[in-house]
Design a protein around this ligand. Structure first.
Ligand code: DX5
Ligand code: ZN
Length: 222
């Protein structure tokens, strides 16, 4: 396994000082910035739109990894791309989009990294036929909607099967885990096949972001 990337989720940041928070995790060694876009329909919560992504873009040069927990992402991907997102990751469930293949192709046509996210209750079968269109895949390790929830260990076998399925097909997407990642859970996720770790509360709820990032990274190595 190669290098593991850390992607702090700004869902748990102080929204009153978002640019400072992003720059603080960048100084602390973050690899990507994970931006949770929620529409109050696919998930109960509501968060960020394209204007905020534009502000985040001005704050950092790190890749902006957008996690779109929204229905009909096809209506907004062009705006998010224009706002400066680097990765556009859409939910794989048919309740989000009917034409998964078409939307992923569109994201690549926009020159962006394309990806799908899978909820804990969703099977890998949902993404099997679009795997070749994915630059990164998020395996949700909590049910989406909120930060600070407990990691669901029953998602680990799915992670291993996904890693295996990619290897069999000669595909090398980044595989991200999202939800409940801490120094206690990160290692199991990496062992099962993750190479990107999203972490919200386990970074932003601490005083020293750099230390939290280093500790999570180190916990995957011991
Ligand atoms: C959950 C979001 C996550 C969230 C993770 O709906 O997709 O990205 O911010 O937060 P933690 O790391 O606190 O579980
Ligand atoms: Zn997320």
């Amino acid at each position: 396994q190669g290098d593991v990337l850390i992607a702090p989720s700004i869902l748990s940041a102080d929204f009153g000082h978002l640019a400072d928070e992003i720059q603080a995790v960048e100084r602390g060694g973050a690899d990507w910035i994970h931006v949770d876009v929620m529409d109050g329909r696919f998930v109960p919560n509501i968060t960020f739109g394209p204007a905020l992504v534009e502000a985040a873009r001005r704050a950092t040069e790190l890749p902006l990894n957008l996690h779109l927990m929204i229905v009909e992402p096809e209506r907004l991907i062009d705006d998010f791309a224009k706002a400066g997102a680097d990765h556009l990751v859409i939910q794989a469930e048919p309740s989000a989009t009917i034409h998964l293949h078409r939307v992923l192709s569109r994201i690549r046509d926009l020159g962006k990294s394309a990806g799908v996210a899978l909820n804990p209750g969703s099977s890998l079968a949902l993404i099997e036929e679009v795997l070749h269109l994915c630059d990164n895949i998020i395996v949700m390790t909590v049910n989406p909607g909120f930060g600070g929830q407990a990691f669901l260990p029953e998602t680990l076998p799915k992670l291993s099967r996904l890693r295996h399925m990619c290897r069999e097909r000669g595909l090398t997407p980044r595989i991200t885990v999202d939800g409940g990642i801490t120094t206690k859970t990160a290692r199991a996720a990496v062992e099962a096949g993750a190479d990107v770790l999203v972490a919200g509360s386990s970074i932003f709820a601490t005083k020293d972001y750099g230390r939290a990032i280093r500790d999570i990274r180190a916990s995957t190595l011991v």
